[in-house]
Ligand binder design. Structure first.
Ligand code: HEC
Length: 162
């Protein structure tokens, strides 16, 4: 009888209550996290955090992003391929340059391109039909566009030149 009690007490002592409690706490945390993950906002947050983590903080110039912007904002006049043959180009009194013509485009500095794209043709003494985009597009987007415009030049643009 005595020894039986002794064994029971010892068995009871062997149950690792601290671990049981820890496990219970952890499962509550896991359950809470699962609940949060069921919310749409969590995924939006997680996804944007991932996107931000993937972006270079210096806003590296991104040609493919620039191409998308070009097709959205510029191709109506400049054409899908930058050849100056967009649907609106016919009615322009001053025609845009063919942006793939490296011989012409490579003479233009990055500064000039940024300026005419952000402030418009009139700001650089060119046709006011070229609108300024600085109000709509962010600086990094303008740089992406310049990177794209540079990438379609033939002969290719050599940054060391200017
Ligand atoms: C409404 C028509 C129109 C739209 C839209 C337009 N442009 Fe232009 N762009 C022009 C015209 C016209 C000129 C020619 C200006 C001149 O030579 O006097 C021009 C000139 C330029 C030039 C100087 C070289 C050249 O082609 O003569 C660059 C670079 C340029 N545009 C980039 C862009 C970019 C980038 C976008 C989009 C963000 C854009 N343009 C949207 C009409 C447009």
């Amino acid at each position: 009888m005595d020894s039986g009690k002794f064994v029971r007490v010892r068995e009871a002592k062997r149950v690792p209550y601290h671990l049981v409690r820890l496990f219970a706490k952890k499962s509550i945390i896991v359950a809470k996290v699962l609940l949060i993950m069921r919310k749409k906002s969590f995924w939006i947050f997680a996804f944007s955090a991932l996107l931000l983590a993937g972006t270079d903080p210096t806003w590296a110039q991104n040609q493919s992003e620039g191409k998308k912007l070009y097709l959205t904002y510029c191709s109506s006049c400049h054409g899908d391929n930058g050849k100056g043959d967009g649907p609106a180009a016919q009615s322009l009194p001053v025609k845009p340059v063919n942006h793939t013509a490296g011989a012409v485009m490579n003479q233009l500095t990055d500064k000039f391109l940024m300026e005419i794209i952000s402030k418009g043709g009139s700001a650089v003494g060119k046709s006011p039909m070229m609108p300024g985009w600085g109000g709509q597009l962010k600086e990094n987007q303008l740089r992406d566009i310049v990177a794209y415009v540079r990438s379609i030049a033939d002969p290719p643009y050599k940054p060391s030149g200017k």
